[in-house]
Write a protein that binds this ligand. Sequence first.
Ligand SMILES: [Fe+2]
Length: 162
Amino acid sequence: MAKALKINHVALIVKDLEAACIFYEKELGLEPLPAFLFDYPTAFFKFNDQQQLHLTEWEDTHSFRGHICVQVDDINTLFFRMKALGIIDIQPWGKVRRLPDGAIQMFVRDPSGNLVEFSSDPEYPIDLKIFEDELYQEGIYVSGRNDFRGYKSKDATLYHKK
Ligand SMILES: [Fe+2]
């Protein structure tokens, strides 16, 4: 059996490559990278030395709840910027929250309709104004489905360094 090692890249399908590039480069500070010499519209970006984001323009549909999650260095600034842009989406997974491990989670629709989650390091100091915001809610998301299958724990985390 082969062992899966890590996420190498995430490919998001976009409606307008230029608009998507502006969002990911200007709003999130991602560094453009050269893509291979494909004959279709695409742009590569660098998350870090091991992970890339690929944007590519195609006719496609977007998942309502499926998402990528990106850790950011300053969730406070991002929250107020995304709120000002009006693109925080509380429909699929509820409002902005603080997860039990301490990380903030928020969901945004990119210009093409891709759902992108942002998270903060659990130790990152959160601007207290976020906790009072109308877009914030205490506690984990409750679906009402009452289907408890799956491997779960009170000690679950997005971060594995501890
Ligand atoms: Fe997630």
